[in-house]
Write a new protein. Structure first.
Length: 53
């Protein structure tokens, strides 16, 4: 493991999640996804858990 792998875990990088209801794509903090924090689609208001890819 390199130092960059360690840093990567703490980096708050933004990933794209797709709403399963309306397919709207939005940015989501990857740290939130790891914590399994639900997000709400800004377009249709659908409540869902993003999946990390
Ligand atoms: Zn939606």
């Amino acid at each position: 493991m390199t130092i960059f792998d360690d840093l990567k875990m703490f980096l708050d990088e933004s990933v794209q999640v797709t709403c399963p209801h309306c397919s709207h794509i939005r940015g989501q903090r990857s740290s939130n996804i790891r914590k399994n924090i639900s997000c709400i689609c800004p377009k249709c208001g659908h409540f869902f858990l993003p999946e990390e890819k």
